[in-house]
Write a protein that binds this ligand. Structure first.
Ligand code: AMP
Length: 189
């Protein structure tokens, strides 16, 4: 079983590329952002809590998102592999993921970073906001999310490097090119 962390800033294309990897490999896809947006849509208590962070471009507390991730993962059942998208976003989350998978006799096989220049991210997210209907795809919240990425999430590159799991892929160009670069890493695992 292959567990892959797909990593990158907001707007780096994690969701789009995850969908392509699901089609090709039959992996399951866990996007913590999608899980939270489904809770918001369903009007649950968790959804209300999540909105209060998401709308400000802030991260949910680690303990809460770690519990959500574990419950989502355990609900999948046996499968070829799992793509983790949008999780981990902090070092405590990466440590929790490592422990959670070790407890289930598995681990992360690779962390694939989609590298995209910052000015391209801003442009992609502003454009996405025109159709996504996402409350957090507006210029002010995007700026905040990019700040949060830089300060809390980017340090995970070094963390996964020290685990020997980090791979960088050029995250711009055609979707096919990006996908081929990701598949080359996955196929070599
Ligand atoms: P995303 O769809 O991955 O961009 O996530 C949208 C928002 O959901 C983020 O800006 C956070 O507010 C929240 N979120 C998603 N995943 C996490 C996570 N792993 N840790 C904390 N907050 C998260």
């Amino acid at each position: 079983m292959k567990n892959i962390v797909i990593f990158g800033a907001p707007g780096s294309g994690k969701g789009t590329q995850s969908d392509l990897l699901v089609q090709k490999y039959g992996f399951r896809h866990i996007s913590t952002g999608d899980v939270l947006r489904a809770e918001i849509k369903a009007g649950t208590e968790l959804g209300r809590t999540a909105s209060s962070y998401i709308d400000k471009g802030q991260l949910l507390p680690d303990a809460l998102i770690i519990d959500i991730l574990a419950a989502t993962y355990d609900a999948l059942g046996p499968c070829e592999g799992v793509i983790f998208d949008g999780f981990p976003r902090t070092i405590p989350q990466a440590e929790a993921l490592k422990q959670m998978l070790a407890d289930r006799n598995t681990g992360v096989g690779a962390m694939l970073e989609l590298d995209v220049p910052e000015e391209m991210l801003m442009e992609r997210l502003v454009n996405r906001g025109k159709t996504s209907g996402r409350a957090d795809d507006n210029a002010e919240t995007i700026r905040k999310r990019l700040d949060v990425y830089r300060s809390q999430t980017a340090p995970l590159v070094e963390w996964y490097e020290s685990e020997g799991l980090h791979h960088t892929v050029k995250g711009y160009g055609s979707l096919e090119e990006i996908n081929a670069a990701l598949c080359a890493v996955i196929d070599a695992l």
